[in-house]
Design a protein around this ligand. Structure first.
Ligand code: NAD
Ligand SMILES: O=C[C@H](O)CS(=O)(=O)O
Length: 469
């Protein structure tokens, strides 16, 4: 597939990069190895398109987004199949992600018409004060491989809704879904230059955008390590920045929890996308008194998960994205076992990039899996004696993205969720992410929010106008 710059599909003369199916190793397609030149051309296109696009009414922009939403719905299955082939996730999850991704377009097609300002009572009788919010301008978006559609629309939908234009660099492992979404944006009548997609050298492309003063906003989703690099680069030209970074979610099961729900939600959180999500439970803390019951039920549920090619409707867990991902999970299991943890189920590498979902018990805080983002199908279970201990251990991390708490006591749920240092709390809920709510992290899990009203603010500059009568 080619890249999209200023309404033109181009790049076929460039060196090509293979896009590989992680389930089979087959080459699905190739994409251009773009670099600085393509990044600058895309930024120029977006800069030149900004004036006209931002001057449209919010209702006119909304109509284009609604058409895009409609076309994505019509192409739902093709997009899902493409996603599973290039990323590996189970087709039922890919279908879910297309709906989730599309829900951001729908939400911001509507929200963009509610970019309200305000008037402020002046202290001087001859003055009138107004506050408005204007689009920031050209937005550079760099996205990860684990959610090839949703991580793009979660950024681009609010940006376009308020009048910004965009240059996008999808993950090199999963560009095809992004390019198909761009094809549908063009078909929806979103004008040339408003959406541009460049593939290739992550570093060269992102450095070009970091240094380009025409790019006024950088929005990144990916690892904390890369996020720090981009934050530093963006500071050169003082760009607005949003960073959705790594996580290390604790999942706490109190003694009074509904254990069956806790098991169901823990499986949902932990093994979604084969454990390759930023909000997966990475540590499971269970009250000592219920540990045996919880672990036995959890083991039974995990052993019911089907591992296989994501295109099979019966598959729950597809392949991991690459060998490094497999090696990291196996290293976390080996490290834990060396320190005394017990493998409750799984722990085995299957063929290729497939891993059996694994549960380990007898885990302590010194183990790598309790401190590093595993990003795979490994569920470590530790026990705690008191709520205070559970909260202290849950907060003892550089991350602060998502945390989960299971209890039947509402007052306790509110009190303890207030003590958890995280941007997202799932109370008896292992799957909190939704377009209506602000998604984002505390500490080194990021800056800014995506989704909800807050997600639109990230693409707006506030202007205060003082009128002297
Ligand atoms: N907080 C969130 O919403 C969220 C969502 C998804 C993934 N993540 C995090 O992303 C990570 C997994 O995704 P990943 O492996 O794609 O992350 P990554 O940081 O390796 O890559 C993310 C994007 O940045 C690009 N990139 C990589 N190195 C770069 C560099 N030096 N300069 C510029 N761009 C660079 C990649 O090509 C990709 O497009 C995990 O840490 C996960 O927790 C966070
Ligand atoms: O991996 C990170 C994604 O943001 C997870 S979610 O789809 O938003 O829950």
């Amino acid at each position: 597939m080619n890249i999209l710059i200023n309404g033109e599909w181009t790049g076929d003369k460039l060196e090509q990069i293979d896009v590989v199916n992680p389930a089979t190793g087959d080459v699905l397609d190739t994409i251009p190895k773009g670099g600085e030149k393509e990044a600058e051309a895309a930024a120029t296109a977006a800069y030149e398109a900004f004036s006209e696009w931002s001057k449209l009414t919010a209702a006119d922009r909304s109509a284009k987004l609604e058409k895009w939403f409609e076309l994505i719905g019509e192409n739902h299955e093709d997009l899902a199949q493409t996603m599973t082939k290039e990323q590996g996730k189970a087709i039922k999850e890919a279908r879910g992600e297309i709906s989730y991704a599309n829900s951001f377009i729908k939400w911001y097609a509507e929200e963009g018409k509610r970019n309200y300002g305000e008037s402020v009572p002046a202290s001087a009788p001859d003055k009138r004060l107004f506050v408005t919010h204007q689009p920031v301008g050209v937005v550079a978006s760099i996205t990860p491989w684990n959610f090839p559609a949703a991580m793009i629309t979660r950024k681009i939908a609010p940006a376009l809704a308020v009048g910004c234009t965009a240059v996008i660099k999808p993950a090199t492992q999963t560009p095809l879904t992004a390019l198909k979404l761009a094809e549908l944006a063009v078909e929806a009548g979103i004008p040339k230059g408003v959406v541009n997609v460049v593939t290739g050298s992550s570093r060269k492309i992102s450095e070009a955008w970091q240094q380009d003063k025409r790019v006024r906003k950088l929005t990144f989703t990916g690892s904390t390590e890369v996020g720090k690099t981009l934050m530093s680069g963006a500071s050169e030209t003082m760009k607005k920045i949003s960073l959705e970074l790594g996580g290390h979610a604790p999942l706490i099961v109190l003694e009074d929890a509904d254990i069956d729900n806790a098991v169901e939600q823990a499986v949902t959180s932990k093994f979604r996308n084969g454990g390759q999500t930023c909000v997966c439970a990475n540590r499971i803390y269970v009250a000592e008194s219920i540990e045996e019951t919880f672990t036995n039920k959890f083991k039974q549920a995990v052993e019911g998960l089907n591992v296989g090619d994501g295109l099979d409707d019966n598959t729950d867990i597809g392949p991991l994205i690459d060998e490094d991902a497999v090696d990291k999970v196996l290293s976390h299991i080996e490290d834990a076992e060396k320190q005394g943890a017990k493998v409750v189920t799984g722990g085995k590498k299957k063929d290729g990039l497939f891993l059996t979902p694994t549960v380990i018990s007898g885990v302590n805080e010194d183990m790598a899996c309790m401190n590093e983002e595993t990003f795979g199908p490994l569920a470590p279970i530790a026990t705690f004696k008191t709520e205070e201990e559970a909260i202290e251990r849950a907060n003892n991390t550089i991350y602060g993205l998502a945390a989960y708490l299971f209890t039947s006591n509402v007052s306790k749920a509110v009190r303890l969720s207030e003590q958890l240092e995280y941007g997202i709390i799932g109370l008896n809920d292992g799957g909190p992410s939704t377009a209506q709510a602000p998604f984002g992290g505390w500490k080194q899990s990021g800056i800014g929010r995506e989704g909800g009203r807050q997600g639109m603010d990230e693409f707006l500059e506030t202007k205060y106008i003082s009128l002297k009568l």
